[in-house]
Design a protein. Structure first.
Length: 310
């Protein structure tokens, strides 16, 4: 019964309310409340701060989230080994990934992995903004940039160049920027990452580093859509080589300001804190690491194309 109550507690923490947990599990809200009360009585602490409109984890509740996750993972892995054999992978993996990357590289990695491991199911959530791995119940997340949360476990997928690019149609109409400062006179397509507006673009390295604040007619929190706008000729965009390298090779987009580009941007896998991690998650992380290509963009190969639109 304790394990069942721990599972229910994790669902409450993930869903953010007793009513949502009741809908998820198919039991009544009253029963959910009673079982949560039993768990709090067992530990002798309050696990959630409750108001009439919301609940939030107490400090003891946050500690239990990490501990319960580890316990439930170990129980699930033990169950798998007994029922299906030591080499069989099974169960659910919940993953958060950027929209563009999720639709391409990660989607293909999932297809190959689940074909090899049919007892594994994967729920992929696409978002370019911040996610709370513990609170939202993700097993792993993939994100560009350095990780600021020191409690998370991190594994690198490599470093990749961010590229300034635009469609030939846009450059024919508006000309080609020669310096980073020229971007202030162009329509730049700007990404929003959660509460952060990515409108300050960095250029150069070390002592030559500079920042330019860009503006444009369109702002969006969807990396796939902003790439689509760039391909349609609506403006200049800043994107990872993983998202636009093929567009540049095909000529659908033109790479700009190649001599001013910043250092490559790290791509990271992030995992919730705690010691235990399901074998299926470890196996998928290994598979994804093999799937993501090494940095492959050759800036010099596209410089000759830029002169066409000057």
């Amino acid at each position: 019964m304790l394990l069942d109550n721990l599972r229910l507690f994790m669902i409450i923490a993930e869903k953010g309310s007793l009513a949502a947990a009741a809908r998820e599990t198919g039991i009544s809200t009253t029963t959910v409340s009673e079982r949560l009360a039993a768990l709090e009585a067992h530990y002798g602490v309050v696990l959630f701060n409750r108001t009439t409109r919301s609940i939030s984890l107490t400090e003891e509740g946050r500690t239990l989230v990490n501990g319960a996750r580890a316990v439930l993972i170990e129980v699930a892995d033990l169950d798998t080994r007994i029922r299906h054999g030591a080499e069989t992978l099974s169960g659910l993996i919940r993953i958060s990934a950027p929209v563009d990357l999720g639709r391409s590289i990660i989607s293909r990695a999932i297809s190959a992995f689940t074909e090899e491991n049919p007892a594994v199911s994967i729920e992929l959530s696409l978002s370019d903004g911040y996610v709370d791995l513990v609170g939202q119940g993700f097993d792993m997340a993939v994100r560009f940039g350095n990780v600021t949360d020191s409690t998370l476990r991190v594994r690198s997928l490599g470093s990749f160049q961010r590229l300034i690019c635009a469609a030939p149609e846009y450059l024919k109409r508006h000309g080609t920027p020669k310096t980073p400062e020229d971007l202030m006179n162009h329509n730049c397509l700007v990404m929003r990452f959660g509460e952060t507006l990515d409108s300050v673009w960095e250029f150069g390295k070390k002592s030559k580093k500079k920042r330019v604040t860009v503006r444009g007619s369109r702002v969006v929190n969807d990396g796939w859509l902003i790439r689509s706008w760039a391909l349609a000729g609506h403006g200049i965009v800043l994107k990872s080589e993983l998202d636009v390298a093929e567009d540049i090779r095909s000529g659908a987009l033109v790479s700009l300001l190649s001599e001013h580009l910043p250092p490559p941007n790290p791509l990271q896998m992030m995992f919730p804190p705690g010691r235990a991690q399901p074998r299926r998650v470890t196996a998928f992380a290994d598979h994804l690491r093999r799937t993501v290509p090494v940095s492959r963009f050759d800036v010099s190969s596209v410089r000759s194309n830029i002169e066409t639109y000057s």
